[in-house]
Design a protein around this ligand. Structure first.
Ligand SMILES: C[S@@+](CC[C@H](N)C(=O)[O-])C[C@H]1O[C@@H](n2cnc3c(N)ncnc32)[C@H](O)[C@@H]1O
Length: 217
């Protein structure tokens, strides 16, 4: 398993994964909104809950996906620890009904939002966590899913942007971690970068928690 800290990794604060985001927030707000939910999640759209439910988007950035999920009828909690990106999201998607929260993986306290979710998204976030954080985060997210709930993960591979705190996390390791937390892999694919960046590619995984009755057998 490859788990190398990027040579230009960020600070030493408690949320190291957010290193570099505040400074670049104005440009990133434009970039994140240049692609659509349908383009980013095209491989897995059939697995997004069809019926209105409760969805958590962790590391939501500007809320592109959260807004699209609200438009599909879901109640969406968007967790974003970078205040500058949260502010852009609240401006761009004002009036959308997204419930914004300042919180962070791996512990994700969600103190004002108790209860479980029909789906959790972590798009371009997971590779900001180190190995110990990934283990804790997977257990936390597994505990947040309703029986049969789904966890959507997008992993970035390739060169690390200047100033970011990022690890080379494989889809295989992520699938193993999910299985260890009782989550079955129901989809796994790779795709090129939608922004055409050199050497960048993406893995997409979808996990499903056990249905309540299947755990009896
Ligand atoms: C590449 S951006 C992706 C934003 C959005 N999901 C998208 O696809 O456009 C990664 C996001 O993860 C957030 N982030 C970094 N470390 C995090 C952590 N430990 N917990 C939650 N979010 C984190 C950053 O603040 C940033 O908004």
């Amino acid at each position: 398993m490859s788990d190398q800290l990027a040579p230009v990794g960020g600070g030493t604060g408690p949320v190291r994964g957010t290193a570099g985001y505040a400074e670049a927030a104005d440009a990133l707000a434009v970039q994140y909104e240049e692609v659509t939910f349908g383009e980013v999640h095209g491989d897995v759209l059939r697995l997004v809950p069809a019926e209105a439910g409760r969805i958590l988007d962790v590391g939501a950035g500007t809320g592109r996906d959260a807004a699209a999920l609200v438009a599909r009828g879901h109640a969406v909690v968007a967790v974003e620890p970078t205040a500058e990106l949260r502010a852009h999201g609240q401006r761009i998607h004002a009036g959308s009904g997204i419930d914004w929260v300042d919180d962070v993986l791996p512990d994700l306290t969600l103190s004002r939002h108790p209860g479980r979710f029909d789906a959790v998204f972590a798009t371009a976030v997971w590779m900001h966590l180190d190995a110990a954080e990934r283990r804790r985060a997977m257990a936390r997210i597994a505990a947040l899913l309703v029986p049969g709930g789904r966890f959507f993960v997008n992993l970035r591979h390739g060169p690390v942007p200047e100033g970011r705190h990022m690890f080379d996390v494989s889809a295989a390791e992520t699938a193993e971690l999910g299985a260890a937390c009782g989550l079955r892999t129901v989809h796994r694919s790779e795709r090129p970068d939608l922004h055409g960046r050199d050497g960048v590619r993406w893995s997409s995984l979808v996990f499903q928690s056990r249905e309540a009755d299947s755990s009896l057998g």
